[in-house]
Design a protein around this ligand. Structure first.
Ligand code: GLU
Ligand code: MG
Length: 401
């Protein structure tokens, strides 16, 4: 392995070190996982990287390692329900300093103008062992979406890390700069990371779909989804963890502003996605739901760990998912929302962090001390933005994500 410092947990995306429990003392070791290796041929050079787990010097897992947190969540779901999660991360990004003109939303000309970038990205993803699904010109200015096929949960999170690096490197090789930042302008469109999930039993049989269940979810998938919805106001601290993430999590942006379930509804926080299959076995394989309140400021490993723990807890508590909403929730009063079992998600990162640290259930899913360390890190990040207006905050995040 490679020596490492605990203070790493406090280094913000802006390179400041937040006040926290770690100083100059202590040592850790990064233990690389050869199963999580990436080799990227950029023509003029080959980039190689490998993901690691972070351990104490004696080999014990380090409590703040997000990849080990995901492994723990995967193990819990296996233990609680004999299930595994199949997942993929659907990413949106924008090219900086773009030249978008009216008429380019989802447009062919804009797609064609970036054909070589798209082909290079898809080629690199495929060479990295990912199952390429789609590359499209999204709705927003200079916005694209790239999706890869589903994997087991750990591999899906690893691939999300690789995909972001691949897009950034390939864009640079094309003279462009890509940003996955949650939002570039408060009046503009957000860049979401939608996390698609489905469940399989120990034999690998898909168990998400039941044609008779509400929303055609099986009982176990319904409980899993209900667990996510119940704790979503706390979970967003982990899945939408930047100051500007909360500009994106507002109504009418096709992101998520309430902890609601939707059926084919792009304003839903958890959306039951459409399938194209006709026969029951194909439908069962395709059936999946999508968590839309995540963005690329979040660690994919931490996001999936949080969602799986929430789902596990829903299964343990025997929850049932609420009926999918199908109306404009922004028009409803708080009591009307409450009658539907729905609430407005926190409107700021600070409010989300408060929900997180005050939820014993959610904090209990993570190693002791993690919630406080996480909050301190994020408060340090926010302090680095002091004095900046919204446009400057968006620019600061666009520079790092
Ligand atoms: N850009 C939207 C978001 O911020 C998602 C649009 C869509 O693909 O449905 O999540
Ligand atoms: Mg999209």
């Amino acid at each position: 392995g490679v020596g490492w410092t605990p203070t790493n947990a406090m280094i913000s995306c802006f390179d400041g070190i937040a006040k926290g429990p770690f100083g100059s003392l202590g040592d850790l070791v990064l233990i690389p996982d050869p199963a999580a290796a990436l080799e990227l041929d950029l023509g003029d050079r080959v980039e190689r990287l490998m993901l690691s787990d972070i351990h104490e010097l004696d080999g014990a897992p380090w409590g703040m390692c997000t990849r080990l947190m995901l492994k723990a969540a995967i193990a819990r779901l296996e233990q609680v329900a004999g299930l595994s999660v199949t997942a993929t991360f659907e990413h949106e990004f924008q090219l900086k300093g773009g030249t978008a003109a009216p008429g380019e939303a989802f447009g062919y000309q804009a797609f064609a103008a970036h054909r070589s970038l798209g082909e290079a990205v898809m080629g690199a993803l495929s060479a990295a062992g990912m199952e390429t699904d789609s590359f499209l010109r999204e709705f927003g200015p200079d916005q694209f979406e790239v999706t890869v096929g589903p994997r087991d949960a750990l591999r899906a999170a690893d691939e999300a890390v690789f995909l972001r690096e691949i897009v950034r490197l390939v864009a640079k090789a094309h003279g462009e700069e890509a940003t996955f930042s949650p939002i570039q302008s408060p009046t503009g469109v957000g860049n979401g990371v939608h996390v698609h999930m489905s469940l399989r039993d120990r034999t690998g049989t898909p168990v998400t779909w039941d044609s008779n269940g509400p929303g055609e979810l099986s009982a176990v998938a319904s409980a899993f989804v209900a667990g996510i919805l119940r704790d979503m106001p706390a979970l967003v601290a982990l899945t939408a963890p930047s100051d500007i993430s909360y500009l994106r999590l507002t109504p009418h942006r096709w992101s998520a502003a309430y902890n609601n379930l939707g059926f084919h509804d792009r304003e839903a926080a958890v959306r039951i996605c459409p399938v194209t299959g006709k026969s029951p076995d194909v439908i069962a394989r395709q059936y999946n739901f999508e968590y839309r309140a995540a963005d690329a400021a979040a660690s994919p490993h931490l996001v999936l760990a949080a969602l799986i723990h929430a789902g596990c807890h829903g299964i343990e508590d025997g929850l049932t998912a609420p009926r999918p909403t199908g109306e404009d929730l922004s028009l409803l009063s708080a009591p009307e929302l409450a009658a539907r079992g729905v609430e407005r998600l926190p409107k700021t990162l600070v409010a989300a962090l408060d929900r997180f640290v005050s939820s014993r259930r959610v904090c209990g899913w993570f190693p002791i001390g993690f919630a406080d360390v996480y909050r301190a890190h994020k408060l340090g990040e926010l302090a680095e933005l002091d004095g900046k207006d919204t446009a400057a905050r968006c620019a600061a995040y666009a520079a790092v994500y």
